[in-house]
Design a protein around this ligand. Structure first.
Ligand code: SAJ
Length: 402
């Protein structure tokens, strides 16, 4: 079995590696020549614990090779990004480009799978494109949608052990895709059609976004009411049927802050709650920035000097180095702009250097700052003792009980 993975990013590369490890002959394709070169040299261009050793194994054994162009295989997987455009409309141009690139190689009996998070109807659209250009393949190839569900940082485990949803264009396509994934997935493979599988991925991430929005809304209410939101949530969660998530400084990353828009763009009238959740989670970041700016103003009025402010964390969630769509980065930028960058110490212990922010060690920043703003709940920050001589704005629950 020869498989071609179109896209060697955070999902495509690990999946290609795991498939290669399980006996599939894999060609990994990426438009970025640096990614291709690094992969062929056994260097991982993404950060994922344990993955580089696996990459080296499969490159050495010849089970995986990378290229900037596809080649003839038996199965083709589209694992490219689906960002959104300025107006929050999904942009499926990468999926389309990847599909166009493999169309000339398709032959009878092949499997074509989309893994990229996609708006409902994308698989049908791509099938239309394939059969428009290769009408002789109608009814002769297998087409399915199979979204990934892995959590960055835990990819090796989750790629193998998570259940997956597999939606074929017809029963035979679902069978064929299940046959492929069974080679390395130990979780249950659940059958459905492609539209349901597409919507399932969007539903999973929208569900989490809505639940976080509820926690963030509670945090705004509690701030006004003078209630510790962390204590409140922990008490409410003692109810056997209540399970509230944690508030933070907003929702970031390339999945939960993006995917709900794929529903709201296509179903604007029906998706009221999903759209509102996006608004609340975006607003939370704006609200945090305003809180910091107000605290700085108050400090200056009371003490007749400008405060030194430590912005603790830039990553979009704890204990990672990923800054994509990060609310912490947005808040830090907004606060820095409000004071012409004066006296702001930026801290991100998981990143060595940044081309925009000058980074300061977290102990040093905590020590120097008059106002300390906790944006991301990194483990390192939890070791810092509470200090009464500082103004602490804890947006991510470092000191849940204080
Ligand atoms: N967050 C909160 N409060 C919480 C939990 C998360 O504010 O209680 C924030 C985080 O700080 C972060 C954002 O939400 O800014 C998203 O983080 P996350 O850990 O919830 O999710 P991601 O984006 O790393 O990964 C998600 C996962 N989806 C679900 O949990 C439903 C993952 O399984 C998916 O594979 C991934 O999206 C994806 O690729 O779609």
């Amino acid at each position: 079995m020869k498989a071609c993975f179109m896209g060697l990013g955070y999902i495509g590369l690990p999946t290609a590696i795991i498939a290669a490890k399980h006996g599939v002959e894999v060609t990994g394709v990426d438009i970025n020549p640096t990614v291709v070169e690094m992969t062929n040299q056994g260097h991982l261009h993404i950060i994922e614990p344990g993955m580089e050793e696996m990459l080296q194994d499969v490159v050495k054994s010849g089970a995986l090779k990378a290229s900037t162009t596809p080649e003839t295989c038996d199965a083709y997987f589209m694992v490219v990004p689906t960002p959104f455009k300025g107006n929050h409309e999904p942009d499926i141009s990468y999926v389309e480009a990847a599909t166009r690139a493999v169309i000339p190689f398709l032959k009878e009996g092949d499997l074509y799978v989309i893994e990229s998070t996609s708006p409902v109807g994308t698989t049908d659209k791509m099938a239309g494109l394939i059969f428009e250009l290769r009408p002789e393949l109608k009814g002769k190839i297998f087409i399915a949608y199979c979204p990934e569900r892995v959590l960055p940082g835990n990819v090796i485990y989750e790629l193998v052990h998570n259940d997956r949803v597999i939606g074929g264009m017809n029963e035979q396509s679902t069978d064929k895709a299940i046959e492929f994934y069974s080679q390395f997935v130990q979780g249950t493979l659940h059958r459905t059609n492609c539209k349901t599988a597409e919507m399932c991925k969007l539903t999973e991430n929208s569900s989490r976004d809505v639940q976080i929005a509820f926690a963030n809304e509670l945090s705004l209410i509690c701030d006004k009411a003078g209630i510790n939101v962390w204590e409140l949530i922990s008490l409410a969660n003692k109810h056997p049927r209540v399970n509230i998530l944690q508030p933070g400084c907003g929702v970031g990353g390339h999945c939960i802050a993006v995917d709900p828009y794929f529903i709201t763009a296509d179903f604007p009238v029906e998706s009221q709650l999903i759209a509102k959740a996006r608004e609340i989670n975006n607003y939370k970041a704006f609200w945090c920035a305003e809180k910091v700016e107000n605290a700085m103003l108050k400090f200056e009025l009371e003490r007749h000097r400008k405060p030194c402010v430590a912005m603790m964390g830039l990553a979009f969630k704890p204990n990672i180095d990923d800054l994509r769509e990060s609310p912490a980065k947005y808040i830090t930028t907004k606060v820095m702009q409000s004071c012409n960058n004066a006296n702001i110490l930026v801290v991100e212990p998981n990143v060595k250097e940044h081309n925009v922010f000058k980074l300061t060690d977290y102990n040093e920043a905590y020590d120097k700052a008059d106002i300390v703003v906790f944006l991301t709940a990194h483990n390192q920050f939890k070791t810092l003792p509470w200090r009464d001589d500082k103004i602490i704005l804890d947006f991510c629950g470092i000191y849940k009980k204080s």
